[in-house]
Design a binder for this molecule. Sequence first.
Ligand code: CTP
Length: 377
Amino acid sequence: FLSEAADELDIEAYAIGGFVRDFFLKRGKAQDIDVVAVGSGIELAKKVSEKLPGKPPVKVFKTYGTAMLKVFDLEVEFVGARKESYSEDSRNPEVERGSLKDDQNRRDFTINALALQLNKSNFGKLLDPFGGLQDLKNQLIKTPLDPEVTYSDDPLRMLRAIRFSSQLNFVIEPQSLKAIQENATRIDIVSKERIVTELNKILESEKPSIGLKLLHDTGLLKRILPELTNLEGIDEIDGQKHKDNFWHTLEVVDNISKETNNLWLRWAALLHDVGKAPTKRFNKKIGWTFHGHEFKGSKMVYQIFKRLKLPLNDKMKFVQKLVLLSSRPIAIVDEDVTDSAVRRLVHDTGEHLEDLMTLCEADITTKNPKRYTKYHN
Ligand code: CTP
């Protein structure tokens, strides 16, 4: 249908972006396809709809000059090829019509700039001006233009580079990594919603520590989640040390990711120790203490969710509850809690008990078989 519609309108049409990348990676089933028309994307969408059985409605986004069509459970997004430049400190791009090459130029990474022609005469022809296919083979994240330009056009792309690196286990090309380090402060102008979308994708990857470490190394994490970077470091007084709770947290997140795909359980693992930075004290007799860190931590979960515009609903409460209880598995098992607030929570942990135990198991340093025997039996 697409080929016919494009040929009838006499415009060039290409599949581009994630669909083409994942096609070459043989990765999963596509949920959406981006189509670039060298001409009007909206007109092409309308023509395709006319040809489809039942003529599905075309959703037009006039301000962006794009259109969307649902074909079975596939979302096809149509856009006219464009040159795009973002003005400094603004999220509103100035858009001009352009060639396919212009459109590929303004994309984030070479692996996302691959285009497959859809017109009949050249169906399936690959247009790859930046060596994206080679970068796919070399497992490399690289920008089509100078990274300074690509990242200042849309600073979210710094986070996207890290997200793709974490999802695909690809390496970020050194010049690009340097540009991210140097431009990390620019992430501040990006909306929280867009940041969270990428953060969630990092957390949902097979080994989230790949992305989290890159966020840390580039200085982005300090701007997005300073509560986590505050956990970094080991203090020593009178020969007494505590563990580095930042690197420990990354280990816990990887451990839990082997056990579950539940995003909120992964968030709980990420935040389970955040209360330790503000509660850290040194006591001459007993050494380092983090007294009350679980209460502080669960309050911080609310503040973090609010700041990042994450949902303040039962998901947040779930994360809070796990953070509050994760360092007290013994309390849950033995029900010998004297603290009334904890006792109340233990009481209504109910359906989350298994999730809590998964988190405690992942929290390797509290992994003491004796503490769990009662539960497992
Ligand atoms: N894109 C871009 N810059 C962005 C966002 C997107 O250049 N900040 C381009 C890329 O070419 C990308 C395409 O738009 O491939 C589609 O973006 P999106 O749907 O967000 O990501 P996908 O690459 O499709 O990846 P995924 O589906 O895994 O999110």
